[in-house]
Design a protein around this ligand. Structure first.
Ligand code: SDX
Length: 424
């Protein structure tokens, strides 16, 4: 094993260097503080590995994304979301019997306890669907307390995967004042979600294969992305042995931020604003470069991808293909392409290796499906659910897992005596 040498205050220390499956290197600083009294400092953890994981591999320079070794391009082309969920969680692609059994379990756990419907009554009309999703997922523990002590983990994984789409669809129905539409056992995961979202009791919702396939693709593309902000949150909360539902609820909250999963909603709002401002996209490219402005091109840039986000490339192609198929001509798609082309030619974006990320085109497709903008990040969360679960399970099954507890560089006041209020 190779080592890295640290020279600190004249003393030399050797640390082992870990080598990942794809040859990536990691300096193992376990025991650094005990040996040197020093810690590392890495705000935003841009250079810090929090764990070893076998779930997903990303090469940001080469624009590579693989789920358990399978390239995202092949998964997007040939796999179903349920198949991807099985792969991520259990580590192998299911055979036909395993896939059917998994689908059957999900189908028969898709109802939520009738009492949970009362929760929806308590939210104000404008409550953001991510707020509701996060609290409803956390509340699942109240109905399945065995989740707290980890009994029958797999049943709770199934419950969570199956019920999250029902909670999401019910949240939408509640927000538009329509009656809830219950899951159907004869439909695929994406088709059943579209059914619960858009059917009305008096009138079944005809699910077009292109709509079902487009949603399946979006869910597959969002299924996992290694140690992103929300997945790291799930691991952080799970490391205290909080139950599965609590850990995933925390992940949903982290994802809701506009710099993370909330970006897909921000992208559409940004494109809408540019369109309403005469479509002058160059003005907004220039604003995004201006340090005096806090405007950013939402859907652009990535902590890891310093080349194209492969998911963005796939989504752009799909949007180009299926919008005409659906007879939709969305001016926001044309505007997005102009904006992308202008930014990719601009030195500011080129120097900083800022490319479109998964959020840049996903909203265009959600819009084409009739999904409202404030539900876009919920769609991201439904897609990311198997990834979060896979990482929670991997962490839970790892005997070396310790509670996550980073250190800090203290910059506050040094010791000083207390002064009573009449002396201040
Ligand atoms: C997701 O981690 C994951 O894997 C996330 C994700 C997943 O699947 O889980 O891929 C999903 O969250 C995608 C990202 C969605 N967010 C956005 O689209 C929001 C807009 N993008 C940014 O805010 C930003 O690019 C981040 C948050 C995505 C990344 O932030 P970093 O890595 O901390 O980069 P940074 O903010 O330090 O930016 C580096 C430079 C800065 O300029 P300088 O200080 O060097 O002059 O690039 C600039 C930034 O100002 N910059 C941008 C920009 N993004 C970065 N400038 C204009 N527009 C942008 N979008």
């Amino acid at each position: 094993m190779s080592t890295a040498k640290l020279i600190l205050e004249g003393k030399e220390y050797d640390f082992p260097v870990l080598i990942g499956s794809e040859g990536e290197l990691g300096v193992d600083v376990t025991g650094l503080r005990a040996r040197t009294k020093a810690i590392t400092y890495d705000p935003g953890y841009a250079n810090t590995g929090s764990c070893k994981s076998a779930v997903t591999y990303i090469d940001g320079e080469e624009g590579i994304l693989r789920y358990r070794g399978y390239p995202i391009e092949e998964m997007a082309e040939s796999s179903t979301f349920i198949e991807v969920a099985y792969l991520l969680i259990y580590g192998q692609l299911p055979n036909l019997r395993e896939l059917e059994a998994f689908q059957d379990q999900l189908t028969h756990h898709s109802l939520i306890h009738e009492d949970m419907k009362k929760f929806f009554e308590g939210y104000p009309r404008g409550a953001h669907p991510m707020t509701i999703l996060s609290s409803m997922v956390a509340s699942l523990e109240a109905y399945y307390p065995d989740a707290a002590n980890g009994e029958d983990i797999n049943l709770n994984i199934i419950r969570l995967l199956a019920k999250a789409k029902t909670i999401a669809a019910f949240t939408y129905k509640k927000s538009i004042g329509q009656p809830y539409v219950y899951p159907r056992n004869d439909l695929s995961y994406p088709a059943d979600f579209l059914h619960m979202m858009f059917a009305v009791p008096a009138e079944p919702f005809p699910i077009s294969p292109s709509l079902e396939n487009a949603l399946n693709l979006l869910l597959v593309l969002h299924a996992d992305h290694e140690q992103n902000c929300s997945t790291s949150t799930v691991r952080m909360v799970g490391s205290s042995q909080a139950n599965l539902f609590a850990a995933i609820s925390a992940g949903i909250s982290a994802l809701s931020g506009p710099l993370h999963g909330g970006a897909n909603q921000q992208v559409i709002q940004m494109l809408d604003m540019i369109l309403k401002d005469g479509g002058n996209y160059q003005k907004y490219v220039d604003m995004a470069k201006d340090k005096k402005s806090d405007f950013r091109l939402m859907g652009f840039g990535h902590r890891v991808y310093k080349n194209f986000d492969p998911r963005a490339k796939i989504l752009k192609k799909v949007a180009d293909r299926i919008l005409p198929e659906m007879g939709i001509r969305d001016p926001l798609l044309e505007l997005a392409k102009h904006l992308e082309s202008a930014a990719l030619k601009d030195a500011y974006f080129i120097e900083r290796k800022l490319y479109p990320n998964v959020d840049f085109y996903s909203g265009i497709l959600y819009r084409a499906m009739g999904i409202p903008t404030n539900m876009f990040t919920v769609m991201f969360a439904l897609g990311r659910l198997p990834g979060w679960i896979a990482h929670w399970l991997e962490m839970r099954n790892d005997p070396t897992t310790r509670i996550h507890r980073p250190r800090q560089i203290y910059t506050g006041q040094v010791k000083r005596p207390f002064v009573s209020v009449d002396q201040r």
